[in-house]
Design a protein around this ligand. Structure first.
Ligand SMILES: [Ca+2]
Length: 142
């Protein structure tokens, strides 16, 4: 997925760009990426202070934009790593028609345009165009 990354003066990572229907290319069971559900548009794992804005994420089988923490069985491999996403902002994205053919690896979460696993603090969503979200409503940015 083509994504442009910019660093703002406040050191917040800004990801802008376009992501469309692309399969998860990893099928090697020893690769951690193979654990991710196929049909994931834009995925942010354990990142702090990331802004995802002005992306168009459509027609991914499982989920459009997901914000999640590192799975617990992976997190224990290095206790120095901060595995929880905090202070992330998902704004002004167009996220539509995702989740119509979800990969079973998405469980226990439902397919959705916007998905959050509920971990972390200060994460917020604002001014996105989407059809479905989990949980609903997502926390709004001030
Ligand atoms: Ca964190």
């Amino acid at each position: 997925m083509p994504v442009r990354r910019e660093t703002s003066p406040s050191a917040r990572l800004l990801a802008k760009g376009t992501a469309a229907a692309r399969p998860n290319p990893s099928t090697d069971p020893s690769d951690l990426l193979s654990r991710l559900p196929a049909g994931t548009g834009l995925l942010t794992i354990d990142a702090d202070r990331v802004t995802l804005t002005d992306n168009v994420v459509t027609s991914n089988d499982s989920v459009g934009i997901a914000l999640i923490s590192v799975p617990p069985d992976v997190a224990v491999l290095d206790p120095r790593v901060d595995t929880i996403p905090d202070d992330d902002q998902i704004t002004r994205n167009t996220v539509l028609r995702n989740g119509t053919n979800p990969d079973p690896r998405l469980a226990p979460f439902p397919p959705a345009d916007l998905l959050w696993d509920g971990t972390g603090t200060g994460n917020c969503w604002k001014a996105n165009t989407f059809g479905t979200a989990f949980p609903a409503p997502l926390p709004s940015c001030n």
